[in-house]
Design a protein around this ligand. Structure first.
Ligand code: CUA
Length: 339
């Protein structure tokens, strides 16, 4: 009796641990199971059906194992005893027929019902296009028809069909914002398309989901879904050239930026800085994060990033510059003012 109690105690402890672990997943900013669009909802339903099916199969297999262990000293099956025909029937049923029906069923549902829903949107069925280019290790986003260029933080209007055209500047990456849709690889020399749609306003996290080098994990992105008017205002603002520096320190920062190697890699529209290797910094001060969501965008982190870019993201292409404190502060003052 006490042994049984101890066993139930173990089960309860395991259940509590599972709950504790799962409570860590409650941030649903990046989750397949918190869909905000029709394609993502179909993917989530498929996931739940597959989970339910695999739980049944798993419990069945564990149940049979337990049964075999309990009856390890007895011959024959419970109820049916030693019956060669029934034993063979079980093998055919559970080993051949049920797997065939299950796998064919999942294949059919996945390929005929869910996959077409997540395919690239039909030409002309979208009202906005965002061109996203994967780089080692950040995302560039352009809005054709405007001058807007941003990095890692993509804004789209709510309840609007947006065509995302995915490209790569170097090697294969994969764009995945799981609350909105499935993932698409971005492949050098190719264009892949997917629908970005959300019926909810909010911030959703995405992640590169194809291993692309040492900082693959630090290749995150945000999709901001905004009311239409707010999105239009954002697009209008980021289409403008950079703001003029306010104050002498920021002024000095701009001189440093355009005269130092910074300008060879980064563009700040409205200045002579026109590099294309790193992210466009025209409105960098208005972004929430730096280095593809690796660190928050505030003066302290920005200074740390410029002073030693390899500290937060080893292997990235940004070189460290030998700057004294005053120069660093001037650069930070200028860049944080680019809103
Ligand atoms: Cu880009 Cu992984």
């Amino acid at each position: 009796m006490s042994r049984t109690k101890r066993q139930w105690g173990g089960v309860a402890a395991l259940a509590a641990l599972t709950l504790l672990v799962c409570s860590g997943c409650e941030n649903d900013e990046q989750s397949v199971l918190d869909p905000v669009s029709h394609p993502a909802r179909d993917i989530a339903s498929l996931w739940w059906w597959m989970l339910a099916g695999s739980v049944v199969v798993f419990l069945g297999a564990v149940g049979l194992l337990v049964l075999a262990w309990i009856r390890r000293n007895r011959s024959g099956m419970p109820v049916f005893g030693e019956n060669e025909g029934i034993a063979r029937g079980f093998v055919v049923l559970f080993g051949i027929l049920i797997p065939i029906v299950t796998l064919v069923g999942l294949f059919t549902i996945g390929n005929i019902l869910v996959l077409p829903v997540t395919q690239a949107p039909a030409a002309g069925s979208t009202s906005l296009t965002v061109e996203v280019t994967g780089h080692q290790w950040w995302w560039e986003a352009r809005y054709p028809g405007t001058k807007a260029v941003t990095a890692n933080e993509i804004h789209i209007p709510v309840r609007t069909r947006v065509l995302l055209v995915g490209r790569s500047a170097d090697i294969i990456h994969s764009f995945w914002a799981p609350n909105l849709n499935r993932k698409i690889d971005v492949i050098p020399g190719r264009e892949n398309r997917i629908l970005l749609y959300s019926d909810q306003v909010g911030r959703f996290r995405g992640q590169c989901s194809e291993f692309c080098g040492v900082q693959h994990a630090h290749m995150g992105l945000y999709v901001y879904v905004e009311p239409k008017a707010q999105f239009e205002a954002w697009l209008e603002r980021v289409s403008q050239p950079a703001a003029a520096p306010s104050g002498s320190e920021a002024e000095h920062g701009r001189e440093l930026f355009t005269s130092m190697p910074c300008a060879g890699c980064h563009t700040i529209r409205g200045t002579t800085a026109a590099g294309r290797l790193g992210p466009d910094l025209t409105h960098v001060g208005s972004r929430e994060t730096l280095a593809a969501l690796t660190i928050p965008n505030d003066p302290g982190y920005l200074a740390g990033w410029i002073a030693d870019p390899q500290h937060y993201k080893p292997g990235n292409q940004m070189p460290g510059l030998r700057l004294d404190d005053a120069e660093l502060q001037a650069l930070v003052a200028y860049l944080e003012g680019l809103r």
